[in-house]
Write a new protein. Structure first.
Ligand code: GLV
Length: 394
């Protein structure tokens, strides 16, 4: 018998789906669940091309950009991070990373693999940067680009981005093009839920995700590049990896209205789903979605304060609307808390990640789960879990 590996026994089993209130993935829009079972189209036909065009129009809306270089990578959020960095910063060039959580650490690892010279400026994980902290580093290093996360799902902070584009490109205080750096931003856990204006804020390279505030499946990652970034892509001396090459992808996506050149085989179900997420956001409108997320989080935080939970992020203005980080009283075990929430309430929240391991719970209220009812249910379940664990083990 030449088969050294027998067929595995893969049995069907029941999955009891929890309410997904971690930092992602989030529950789907009902229409997205339907969209995932639409007929499979070949990614090379007119019907599919019109899906791509609709996705690009939806992405220009959610990123608030008129840029033509807007598309979605076939891959998880990390593919967006890798595409933005590898297309815009070449070997030996400097990338300044503003560091306060796990995602900038990932950017650091990725950039190092491309031979990029990485410089970091760090602050404690539960606060955010001011322009005054960043400017001396831009001045000293004259980097090709600066990387910063808008929302950090590992720590629950929201970075104010206003003014950072001007700071990177010119200088708030000095003459035009003094620094000439590109601004690269991770909006994985913010886009759709929190105000973001790519063109107005001068963002040059940005990516987001579909499994968080978009309420869709992971595996397809929106990216957008400014005119400045496009110029860099046209004139760069380095070649990014083939799979991440935005020049080639722009041609597959017909970003400039002239070509549809095959690059790789896209996944039609994921494209139907993304199109549907964008349709839902467009129907609700961004201002309404932002207001809904703000109201849900205000309610959730009020309830947490009533139950005497402590926030990891001290300043309310630094707190992210989509992911809340909570510090438990001494003696509680974070993993046990998460497991007990699931066992008693079938609600899935997460423990810490990266700098918050063993230091915080992470609760995500975003996309379809950003409602007052969910906020109340999660706060009540957390209070019950705290009481239950106290009785049994403290
Ligand atoms: C993943 O994105 C996480 O924040 O856990």
């Amino acid at each position: 018998n030449k088969f050294i590996v027998p067929p595995p026994r893969i049995v069907n089993r029941e999955v009891v789906k929890p309410l997904l209130c971690g930092p992602g993935p989030c529950d789907y829009w009902p229409s997205v669940a339907e969209a995932l079972s639409k007929p499979v189209l070949t990614p090379i036909c007119d019907e599919f091309f019109s899906v791509l065009d609709e996705i690009r129009a939806g992405l220009q809306y959610v990123f608030q950009t008129r840029s033509k270089l807007v598309l979605a990578m076939s891959g998880s959020g990390h593919s967006g991070m890798e595409a933005v960095i590898s297309n815009l910063v070449g070997r030996g060039e400097t990338l300044l990373i503003a560091s306060r959580g796990i995602w900038d650490q990932r950017a650091n690892i990725i950039a190092n693999r491309y031979g990029i010279k990485v410089e970091t400026i760090s602050i404690p994980m539960n606060v955010t940067f001011s322009a005054e902290q960043l400017e001396p580093e831009l001045k000293r290093l004259r980097p090709t680009a600066m990387f910063i996360t808008h929302g950090d799902s590992s720590t629950g902070t929201l970075q104010n981005l206003q003014g950072l584009g001007d700071l990177c490109h010119n200088s708030l205080r000095f003459s035009f093009r003094r620094y000439g750096a590109l601004l690269l931003v991770d909006t994985v856990v913010t886009l759709g839920a929190v105000p973001f204006f790519m063109d107005e804020w001068g963002v040059d390279g940005v990516y987001t995700s579909t499994q968080k505030a978009f309420s869709g499946p992971a595996g397809i990652t929106p990216v957008a590049f400014s005119a400045r970034a496009e110029e860099k892509i046209k004139t760069r001396k380095h070649d990014p990896p083939f799979y991440f090459d935005i020049k080639l992808l722009a041609s597959q996506w017909n970003c400039y209205g002239s070509t549809r050149t095959y690059h790789h085989t896209m996944s039609p179900p994921l494209f139907w789903a993304l199109r549907c997420c964008l349709q839902e956001i467009a129907k609700e409108t961004l201002p309404a979605s932002w207001a809904r997320h703000e109201a849900t989080t205000a309610r959730f935080h009020k309830r947490l304060r009533e139950y005497s939970f402590e926030f990891l992020v001290p300043k309310p203005e630094d707190r992210l609307a989509t992911v809340t980080t909570v510090v438990l009283p001494k003696g509680y075990d974070y993993m046990e808390f998460v497991k007990t929430m699931r066992a008693r309430h079938n609600i899935l929240i997460f423990a810490g990640l990266g700098p918050t391991v063993g230091k915080a719970l992470r609760i995500g209220l975003m996309g379809v789960n950003s409602t007052i009812q969910v906020a109340d249910a999660v706060a009540e379940a957390m209070a019950d879990t705290l009481r239950a664990l106290k009785k049994s083990s403290l």
